[in-house]
Design a protein. Sequence first.
Length: 116
Amino acid sequence: MGGPTNDMQGGPGMTNLFADPMTNAAMMYGSSLANQGKDMVNKEISRFMSMNKLKYFFAVDTRYVMKKLLILLFPYTHQDWEVRYHRDTPLPPRQDVNAPDLYIPSKFSCKWQQPA
């Protein structure tokens, strides 16, 4: 008769946090705002560049990142600076360390930046 109870209204605990209707409403509102923001960002990005084209610049793996960082730290040890192509399209960064990428933005990796 005098033991602890596990009801929704008494005592501190995590069950009280989720039992409050205002908390549930706030969580649902926050989730809907996040989804609206995500949709808005995707819409604005797609106005300027398609997602497939943007994904090309982030197609990297760990080996590529290590190679690129070594090139950035020791640029004089790298001999071949040519971007490789396959059927008139440049190879993705994970296949060619000289390909332009946005994962490690630098003067070396940005194709459109010409030296002054």
